[in-house]
Design a binder for this molecule. Structure first.
Ligand SMILES: Cc1cc2nc3c(=O)[nH]c(=O)nc-3n(C[C@H](O)[C@H](O)[C@H](O)COP(=O)(O)OP(=O)(O)OC[C@H]3O[C@@H](n4cnc5c(N)ncnc54)[C@H](O)[C@@H]3O)c2cc1C
Length: 386
């Protein structure tokens, strides 16, 4: 029988970050299982690639305070690109309650060391994006170290370097069962045969709940469709602008290639494995785009280039990270609720630390993300979800 010190189920950005962090810490006998013939066919390949530290809760802010500098030095550390572009995130407030919310969050962000984040006046917002309709804008916030990465490159970089240090990636290999012995993890059943291992990490993205069920663990992660619309080339707005978030309705956009990438969280979306792009979404997002940026009414869109992917939603919109006490040897790295790319480096580090040392100090209290918090009723509350 094949053996491994650690088996990681899922070769997306999260699984590959965990593999890299483990190998960096000296744990080299790591086996990543990916059921697809290529990595990136899950959420990672569908992502908008946004990275930000402008969150409400300390743990999310601290996850970003590890991850964003990590992305900034990714190429120096790994010798491969992350395509990190620090163009910032700009939140645009049209109600006093938005401004109060941004101000409160900034106090927490600054107290944790995010020094560059600042409030903006309406004039400063217009200076940054002159094409924005600002008659109802009261102000906003901006952090210049927020920005974008290329999730696919990051995933490939992590995997490449992890494999050079001894990790293995089995493509086209589905984990179909998890073997336990006296309640402890003992191995996995796969379409390539069984593998003996004392440690299994669930990094199965939107399929996390089924994967946990193989180990007899109930994990509250649900898939939720999100759609993105890339535009055709458009130079009516600068390509140096930040990710702009219209807090009136959650519409947000950023430069992408020669055009822009448009996103909006449709409140009518319901959980499920729906990955078809819904053509009616184009009209919905374009209406909101032209409302905030009038010249966007001239945007051209090719519906064939638009796509849909799955968020992996947890009940409190925070990741679920750590060991499952009732199943020794089973670890979760799931439920990122739209933040799995920006938090992949921190997650890799925390999971690696917890497997190898039993604890991690890169965030003040990684325990708050533990899978057991739902049973204890210790849910977190993140309101800055896009
Ligand atoms: C439209 C969209 C926009 C997004 N925008 C952002 C953003 O701007 N910023 C951000 O931070 N996040 C964003 N996200 C979220 C982010 O993409 C995800 O949180 C992240 O990619 C999760 O990575 P993962 O590795 O956990 O999951 P995945 O990339 O889904 O990888 C999981 C892998 O597990 C494999 N797998 C599942 N079950 C098994 C099994 N039994 N055996 C073997 N393999 C298995 C799957 O094939 C898959 O490849 C976005 C997501 C979407 C859909």
């Amino acid at each position: 029988m094949q053996t491994a010190e650690v088996v990681i189920i899922g070769g997306g950005i999260v699984g590959s970050s965990i593999a890299w962090h483990l190998t960096e810490s000296g744990c080299r006998d790591v086996l990543i299982m990916e059921r697809e013939s290529h990595q990136g066919k899950g959420s990672t390949g569908k992502s908008m690639g946004g990275v930000r530290a402008q969150f409400a809760t300390p743990v999310n802010i601290q996850m970003s305070l590890y991850s964003i500098p990590f992305y900034a030095s990714f190429e120096a550390q790994l010798g491969l690109p992350s395509e990190y572009r620090p163009q910032g995130y700009m939140f645009v407030a049209t109600r006093q309650s938005h401004l109060d919310y941004l101000t409160t969050n900034q106090e927490v962000q600054k107290s944790l060391g995010l020094t560059q984040v600042r409030m903006l006046t309406r004039d400063e917002i217009v200076d940054m994006v002159p094409q924005l309709r600002a008659d109802d804008v009261l102000g906003g916030s901006f952090c210049p170290t927020d920005g974008f990465v290329d999730p696919y490159s990051v995933m490939v970089g992590f995997t490449t370097r992890a494999c050079e240090k001894g990790a293995r990636l089995w493509r086209s290999t589905e984990v179909t069962g998890i073997i336990c012995d006296n309640g402890r993890i003992a191995g996995v059943e796969t379409t390539r045969g069984p593998v003996s291992t004392p440690v299994v990490v669930n990094a199965a993205g939107p399929w996390a709940a089924q994967t946990a069920a193989l180990a007899g663990v109930a994990l509250p992660v649900e898939p939720l469709r999100r759609m993105l619309v890339p535009t055709e080339p458009f130079d009516g707005v600068s390509h140096a602008i930040p990710m702009v978030v219209d807090m009136t309705n959650g519409f947000h956009f950023r430069p992408e290639g020669l055009g822009f990438l448009l996103a909006w969280n449709d409140p009518e979306e319901t959980p499920g494995y729906k990955t078809d792009f819904e053509p009616a979404f184009i009209e919905k997002v374009l209406v909101r785009a032209a409302d905030r940026v009038p010249c966007f009414e001239n945007l051209a869109v090719n519906p064939k280039r638009a796509w849909a992917g799955l968020y992996e939603m947890s009940p409190d919109h925070h990741a679920i990270i750590g060991p499952v006490p009732e199943r020794p040897g089973f670890f979760c790295a799931n439920g990122f609720s739209g933040h799995g790319v920006m938090h992949a480096p921190a997650t890799g580090r925390i999971v690696s630390d917890v497997i190898l040392e039993g604890t991690s100090s890169i965030v003040e209290n990684a325990e708050v993300l533990s899978p057991g918090r739902f049973a204890r009723g210790a849910l977190l509350h993140e309101t800055a979800v896009l």
